[in-house]
Design a protein around this ligand. Structure first.
Ligand code: PLP
Length: 349
């Protein structure tokens, strides 16, 4: 979802952005007007996330999936080794892709229980000379999230935040690289946000493709080639919304925790529905649940869609249901879903 006010503003400005006489889609990325948009988008992101000055912000393409390769190509320049925690399919894909470029070690995995929990980590098992340590901070498909970050010492922590960026305040200084496809919690598909500590830029392998070298994009202000201009514009509007209408990430987090609590409280009290993620590791963004019967799950998804609750089918790899309650989902949306679930439970428990 995107906030309605953002969509309305985009609609108002569709034909003519400010006094430019053009749509943002028609602008040259080298124009003054677009230059102001990308600068404003970056400064809003810096402000909202309190990004320290020694971090660069990049607007790239290729999705989080390209970062699975871009991170190792840029960071494998010391021992050529990296540590991974396997907490789901995205974490595994990051590991598999990086394994093509260096020696990747799995320090822990929750594959034994279908990734329904975050494994305990023992820092004494971490590789002190690793070039980086990778986590997927919020596991979109399984509804788990790291509540505590691994203590990686001097090894840069790299986090995939595709499904939790901007959901709550985080301490950026704890990370070497944060990356996120924008399409889940920030804006439309097409732009990927990378927040990278300065000292990690400029260390790519010689044969790294130019477009996959962070230095290329840092040196050119994310405009080495044509950036995804319209997607960046919508991200700017979303960031203005978070800053001005919501009041920042503390407030955003309060609303998100409230929404998640409404859903989890109901799941914990229901005699039909059951949450599938370990309580201590529950995500506030993605809430997977099941009835215990595949037929009832399918019936629920069908009836829910007919009642206007769409996209509730769980990921094809796990089945069941999943409610993704990203930033733009209002509290009323979650309350209405719980009311619908209660009705369904009455009929089928
Ligand atoms: C959706 C998702 C991805 C894939 O993102 P793309 O931008 O489609 O490449 C990667 N990681 C996580 C955690 C995701 O939720």
């Amino acid at each position: 979802m995107l906030p309605e006010s953002v969509l309305r503003r985009a609609a108002d400005e569709m034909l003519c952005y400010k006094s430019t006489g053009q749509s943002v889609m028609e602008m040259s990325h080298r124009s003054k007007a677009f230059g102001e948009i990308i600068e404003s988008c970056e400064s809003l992101l810096r402000e909202v996330m309190s990004i320290p000055d020694n971090y660069k912000v990049l607007f790239l393409q290729g999705g989080a999936s390209s970062q699975f390769a871009m991170v190792p190509l840029n960071l494998f320049n010391g021992s050529g080794r990296a540590d991974f925690v396997i907490t789901g399919q995205w974490a595994k894909k990051a590991y598999q892709e990086a394994s093509r470029y260096g020696q990747c070690n799995i320090v822990a995995s929750s594959a034994d229980k279908t990734f329904s929990y975050i494994p305990e980590l023992d820092p004494s098992t971490f590789d002190k000379d690793a070039d980086y340590f990778h986590i997927c901070q919020n596991n979109t498909i399984y509804g788990t999230a790291f509540k505590e970050l691994p203590d990686t010492g001097n090894v840069p922590l790299v986090a995939d935040m595709s499904s939790n960026i901007l959901s709550e305040p985080i301490d950026v200084s704890k990370y070497g690289i944060i990356y996120a496809g924008a399409q889940k919690n920030l804006g439309p598909a097409g732009v990927t946000i990378v927040i990278i500590r300065e000292d990690l830029v400029g260390r790519a392998r010689d044969n790294t493709p130019t477009m996959f070298n962070y230095a290329t994009h840092v040196e050119n202000g994310s405009m080495y080639n044509t950036p995804p201009t319209y997607a960046i514009y919508i991200c700017m509007l979303v960031l203005e919304y978070i800053k001005n209408e919501i009041g920042g990430l503390e407030k955003m987090a309060e609303i998100n925790r409230k929404k998640a609590a409404i859903l989890y409280d109901y799941l914990d009290s229901s005699s039909l529905f059951k949450g599938t993620a370990a309580k201590k590791d529950r995500s506030i963004m993605n809430v997977p649940f099941v009835t215990g019967s595949e037929e009832l799950d399918a019936l629920f998804v069908k009836e829910a869609a007919e009642a206007g609750f769409v996209n509730l089918k769980g990921h094809r790899s796990v089945g069941g249901m999943r409610a993704s309650i990203y930033n733009a989902m209002p509290v009323e949306g979650v309350t209405a879903l719980v009311e619908f679930m209660k009705e369904f439970e009455k009929k089928h428990a």
